[in-house]
Design a protein around this ligand. Structure first.
Ligand SMILES: [Zn+2]
Length: 505
């Protein structure tokens, strides 16, 4: 019993010091431009026989650990510095200097080009809303600068220059959530099948032999493809490549890397898509393309049909509702008033952050506590020749604290397809992505002749994130984590839509 108590206490202290926000399934980490659930193991770090508490615990990918570079290698006397844009990291030991790049498996050891094993490359990682840490492969660096590194899986520890450290004897260190931790379940993708539902639409069904707890979908360009990653899964008996040649799907490919199974749809002209979990072990991808399929013959020779998507120059206008003397709807949090104008600005800035990080061109109608008029906001979008406009608001209703959920509006006066996509389609894209991340009540896409959206030339929507009049939702919307989820959904809805925008001449 006493031993158990010690274990629990050290689990709690590890949790506090490592500062990772936990939930039942894992922790949410941000890297590679997205939010990912980390369900891997937690290792303690012992450097020179000292247990240290880095700002971010080691992250295990592919059985290899990434650790915060500065905290670990400065501890052993190496010099850590960044070059230029901080994308290049330099670690200098006694006789060795190592140069690494973020997301690059090529490193230079004393100037000699070297491959980092298993593709476990340096990454910028943060817990959601937290400080971003430069994480580097611990064994690769340690061994190259001549440090002894050992993985003690029994004790759940990474030991650097720590021969004498006896974890088990004097200081049992356990992984956080040890009592709920179970070995990664044997999750396999067992089938990937598709149905062409019209000349423009298709459904791809992905079946696993166990419950799918964590997945992520995203779109890549050049060449255009839709990716579904199922974390903790591998493939079993799945046909690796299926030529489709219809409804814009050229090929369905599958693969796994020990961390996740990946399903890739090679697409042409994707307009919109959705991924839904139709049962514990089944995911369905529904795709729709913009144009009827191109005849499959010769497409492989016709490279021009894969013209690069350049998103970068199209302008997105983000409009944080209300501001200044107009506080918008007012709720309450811990006995203090909570103002719509503050929440809208906070979420808007998060959307801006996500989009700019991904290389998109963004303008805000307000960046502080000011009140542009309902005429000025769309006028700015029209004058700057924006491709998309989105206004972000928080809902409220009198006398019904139960009302909750997310809805997205478009104006029927601004719903033609002069930009290649209608405001209504834009609204659908934003809403589905918001619901995916926020898991809020779906109040649907609605039309209303809001001043800001109907006066825009370009596709324009107004998103009501949630209800400030609902105490639970008001609290959620005040949290970093929920704001980031809303922002991620909005940003992805914008990105999907932007790819189908054709600016009028
Ligand atoms: Zn409002």
């Amino acid at each position: 019993m006493k031993k158990f108590l010690i274990a629990v206490i050290s689990a709690i202290s590890l949790l506090l010091f490592s500062g990772i926000a936990a939930n039942a399934n894992g922790v949410l980490l941000e890297y590679d431009g997205g939010t990912h659930e980390y369900t891997g193991e937690f290792y303690s770090l012992v450097v020179k026989n000292q247990l240290i508490n880095p700002p971010l615990s080691p992250i295990i990918f592919n059985d290899r650990a990434l650790v915060p570079v500065r905290e670990i290698f400065e501890e052993v006397g190496a010099k850590v510095s960044y070059e230029g844009d901080t994308q290049t990291i330099k670690v200098v030991g006694d006789n060795t200097d190592i140069k690494l790049k973020i997301n690059d498996n090529v490193a230079y050891v004393n100037g000699k080009k070297t491959k980092i094993p298993d593709n476990v490359v340096p990454k910028l990682i943060s817990k959601v809303g937290g400080e971003t840490k430069t994480m580097v492969p611990v064994r690769f660096i340690s061994e190259n600068i001549g440090l002894d590194v050992e993985f003690d899986s029994g004790d759940g520890a990474i030991l650097i220059e720590s021969d004498d450290y006896k974890l088990a004897d004097e200081n049992p260190i356990v992984t956080p959530y040890e009592d709920t931790y179970t070995a990664p379940n044997q999750l396999h993708v067992t089938d990937v099948s598709y149905a062409i539902t019209s000349t423009k639409t298709a459904r791809v069904t992905v079946t696993a032999d166990n419950s799918i707890d964590s997945y992520e979908d995203f779109v890549l360009s050049d060449p255009e493809r839709l990716v579904l990653d199922i974390y903790g899964a591998s493939l079993r008996g799945v046909i690796e490549n299926q030529s489709v040649g219809a409804a814009g799907i050229k090929m369905i490919r599958t693969g796994d890397n020990g961390e996740r199974a990946r399903i890739v749809l090679d697409m042409e002209g994707l307009q919109t898509y959705s991924v839904s979990q139709t049962s514990d072990n089944v995911l369905e991808i529904v795709t729709a393309i913009k144009l009827p399929e191109v005849a499959p013959s010769n497409t492989s020779k016709n490279e021009t049909s894969y013209s690069p998507h350049s998103n970068d120059d199209k302008l997105i206008i983000l409009d944080a509702g209300h501001g200044g003397s107009d506080s918008g709807a007012v709720g309450e949090l811990n006995g203090e008033p909570l103002y719509e104008k503050d929440l809208t600005l906070q979420i808007t800035k998060r959307v801006q952050g996500i989009l700019e990080k991904a290389g998109y061109n963004v303008s805000l109608t307000r960046t502080g506590d000011t009140l542009p008029s309902l005429t000025e906001r769309p006028a700015q979008a029209n004058e700057e020749n924006a491709a998309l406009f989105i206004s972000i608001h928080i809902n409220s209703v009198d006398d019904n604290p139960e009302a909750s959920g997310t809805e997205v509006y478009y104006a029927t006066e601004n719903n033609d397809d002069g930009y290649g996509i209608t405001s209504e389609q834009f609204a659908h894209n934003v809403l589905t992505r918001m619901l995916k991340y926020m898991q809020s009540v779906n109040r649907g896409v609605k039309s209303a002749e809001h001043a800001v959206t109907r006066r825009c030339n370009m596709p324009a929507v107004l998103a009501e994130v949630g209800f400030i009049s609902n105490p639970e939702e008001a609290y959620l919307m005040s949290t970093d984590e929920y704001q980031q989820k809303a922002a991620q959904g909005i940003a992805e809805g914008i990105i999907i839509t932007l790819r189908n925008i054709t600016m009028p001449e």
